[in-house]
Design a protein around this ligand. Structure first.
Ligand SMILES: N[C@@H](CCC(=O)N[C@@H](CS)C(=O)NCC(=O)O)C(=O)O
Length: 206
């Protein structure tokens, strides 16, 4: 039985997992989940992930939650090329450093922008005050600036530019490869979805 990924592509961590699996030609069955419809609260999904959040993975009898844990599981199980999750101790530690940091930085600030710019005004129909938007954007820009400064400074970048992306293009630039930029892209591609209709929804279900 093929590995299954339970994803809602409106969700940033789900997109990181999806992009990573696709880029590595990892065979999987996509189990689409609509968080806006509250499908995470259904009986079937409860058996896959008791914390009822997406993404989730099922590989035979084995179920796994948390996007970072899923990314690492896939990288190790499918032995993806070394630049994704390097075998070298210190390079791997550098990737782990980003993956640990991003939860409270890019993830948190990106998620806030998604709520303020898409879900609250377009789905819930409530206008968001400009000062709230400005403050959220400033937080997000703070994290992006940190990545840019760090990328352009480190010696590691000169030796292995694909690990952390090219200076001036954040680590999500087209030339950037690896788990760090992969995870970053999932977080920042919400903008592309903004023109689309989220379809059926239930208020407050996310
Ligand atoms: N730390 C988790 C976060 C997962 C998460 O918060 N997922 C959200 C979508 S982005 C979700 O499933 N929300 C549904 C809910 O809270 O009911 C990860 O990285 O996988």
């Amino acid at each position: 039985m093929a590995l299954e990924l339970y994803l809602d592509l409106y969700s940033q961590p789900c997109r990181s997992v999806y992009i990573f699996a696709k880029k590595n030609n990892i065979p999987f069955d996509l189990r689409r989940l609509s968080l806006l419809d509250g499908e995470q609260y259904g009986e079937e999904f409860g058996k896959i992930n008791m914390i009822r959040k997406a993404p989730a993975l099922r590989d035979g009898d084995f179920c796994l939650a948390e996007s970072i844990a899923i990314l690492l599981y896939l990288a190790e199980k499918f032995q993806t090329p070394d630049f994704w999750y390097p075998a070298d101790l210190q390079q791997r530690a550098r990737v782990n450093e980003y993956l640990s940091w991003q939860h409270m930085a890019i993830r948190m600030h990106g998620s806030k922008m998604f709520w303020l710019r898409l879900l609250i005004p377009k789905v819930l129909g409530v206008e968001v005050p400009q000062d709230k938007l400005d403050a959220a954007l400033e937080d997000l820009n703070g994290s992006l600036k940190l990545i840019e400064e760090n990328s352009s400074r480190t010696a590691l970048h000169r030796r292995r530019p694909h690990l952390i992306g090219r200076p001036g293009r954040h680590c999500g630039g087209h030339a950037a490869r690896g788990l760090r930029p992969g995870c970053f892209r999932g977080e920042t591609q919400a903008e592309r979805l903004e023109g689309q209709s989220p379809g059926r929804h239930r208020k407050g279900a996310v």
